[in-house]
Each structure stands twice: as C-alpha cells, then as structure tokens.
Design a protein around this ligand. Sequence first.
Ligand SMILES: [Mg+2]
Length: 402
Amino acid sequence: MNAPTRLCRDCGRMDDSAAGPDALEEDMLCPACASPRLIGHPELSSLPLAHVDCDAYYASVEKRDRPELADVPLIVGGRERGVVTTCCYIARRYGVRSAMPTSRALQLCPHAVVLKPDMEKYQHESRRIRALMLEAAPTVEQVSIDEAYLDFGPTLADRTEPPARALARLSLTIEKRVGVTVSIGLAPNKMLAKLASDLGKPRGFHVIGRYDALEAIGPMKLTALPGVGPVMSGRLEALGFKVISDLWAANENELIHRFGLWARRLIAFSRAEDNRKVAGVRGQSVTIGAETTFHADLRGLADISAELRPLCETVARRLDKAGLAAAGLTLKLRHADRRIVTRACRIGHPTARAETIWRAASAVLAVEADGRPYRLVGVTATRLVPGQLADPPDLFEQPIAN
Ligand SMILES: [Mg+2]
C-alpha cells in the first residue's frame, strides 16, 4: 500500500516513485506531461492543511492589467514621502522591500515604475481568489487580503483526491482565471504551512511534514515563530537563543519566569507543535435546501420532477438572497417505507439559477426514479461559494458535469 508521494503540479499525476537525490535527470520530469514541476515528499498525500499566499500581490494585479510593465521593476506605494506597499520580484533584485520609504527604493532602483495602490481592485480580486479557494477546500480562513489557510480536514466524506493535488489545481486555476500566481505551503499545522509557503516563492509549492519539521525549522530565525517580533527576538537573543533549535534545550520554567506563560507556547512552536485551528468559513458545512412531502406516494419521474421544480426555485432564491452560489447539490428522496436515499452531484460551474439547479437535480432524479413509490423529495445546494463567480453568461449552456 504505497501512498503516492510524487505530484506533478501541471497535470496532477501522482505516483509513488519519488525521485531521490540520485535520480537521473529524466526522472525529474513528469512521465505524463514532461513538466519539471514535480514535488516529492513521503507525506504528500496525507497532509491536511495549507497556507496559500499570493506572490507580490498588488504588483502582480497591476502587471496583469498593464502587460507593458511585465519586465519592469514595479513598486506599488506612495510616491512622495510614501512607503513601498508591495514591489515585484524584479524590484526586489535591486534590494527594494515592502515598508521601505519609496524615496529609498528609488535610490536603489531609479527606473522603477511607482503606482498608487488601487485597494478596491485588490479587494475585488481577493474575493474572486477566495471563492476559488472555497471551491477547493472545505474550510478557508482568510488572514489578509492575499493569504489564507485551507483546511482539508479529516471529515470530508466525498474527498476522492489528496489535498496536494487539489492545491496544485487551485494554483493553476487562480493563475488562469485571476491572472496572479500563488505560493503554497502544505503541512500538518498552521505554523509549518505558513513557513512552507514562504520557502518556495514565487509560484512555489513546498511541503513540511511531521517527520522533517524539526530539521526544516531548526536553523530558522526566531522571528519565524508565531508571535515573535523583532523586540522579543532581541530579548531571546540576549539570552543566547539565536535560531529555533536553540530553544529545544531551553529551561521552560526559567523562560516562563521571565516571559510568563506565553513561553510555554513559544517552546511548543519551536518544537513544531501548533494546535491552532483553521477558523474560517466552512464552505461545505453551510447548505441551503428545500424539501416537500407528497400527499400520496409518487412513482413516475414526471410527477416527482414536477414537485422538484418549485423546490429548485426556492433554493435559487435563497442562494441569491445569501449572495451565494452552489457548485454541487444533494437530492434527497424518501421511499414509502421511510427509507431515505441521498445522492450528491457536482454542478459544472457554481450557479444560483433555478433552471440550472433543476436540470442537475433532474438528471440525478432520473437515475433514482425507477417506478418505486416515493413520499418525499428534497434538494440541497452544497459546495457553496460567494455568488460573484456564478453563472458567467458564456457558461450557461454548458452541459452539467458530475
Ligand atoms: Mg503575499
């Protein structure tokens, strides 16, 4: 039972022949699509939690909208007496950094283009990215305009693929639909996921597992730990703690005496232990549905379908009111003998339209309605996403896919 341990980020192929350090060059390309973007890790298919972070977000959105700036160092920020809010990777090569005074940045990189931030635009794109995240993962905690934790959790019954592959697809989807790149960190907990996403930027996908966590974080600076800023790191450094592994041998009581109970968390973090939950919108635990019980048992597809139609209209209305769209639905049927069957399907594209919901639900119903008597039918919208990505006009007429 070899678990898949190698993933192609471009075609999604997974296999268990993770290339070791001695692998030949041809082994480093995907056997299916020849992409070199392979990730190998023994825990690749079992890690549940990711940190997804847009690369140089504001600058990337601006470059998307102004292709003539693609190869130019770009600073987004205030010009006169302002600071750099974000700079692109080209500007970073000149030493430009976020929070640096723009005047200083222009000394380092005089030919950089400076644009004022357009927060409304970045917020709008952020909502679109979040909607795609909610399609990919059951729980999404957005921590800022351009980063979020995604928890794939152990509870998702219909998960048929490892989170790693869903994440690879998510990053390609964000590139294609929104036009910016993201970096992904996959790990057993939030702290490690965030550190991992930082290791591969830009357009990275880095994995830190349970078994290589200490090796990965040991040499890192103390500011890599949650809650440790420059001031705290300076105080710890004065006590002889320079990198994370220095804390492994620390006397916990002594640190608690100095810094209070917080030190206990600090030591746990240094040992890669982090039990903070991903506290976000649960995309799939929220559902909107409607059902009806018949006066008498119904057997025929046409009769049950006629009952289903107004339910789909109700669901569409409620979705619209909540500003949501459904990328999936569950059909519920109760037999005359009270047995309940539920059938789930995916909708090709998130929708809040009664017609589309009804067509998808009818397709499922057609399989189940085989002449047996039914007493109840219900339909529930699932896989809910924010409504603004629903129903682009050119997708209305696409066939409904499962
Ligand atoms: Mg970012």
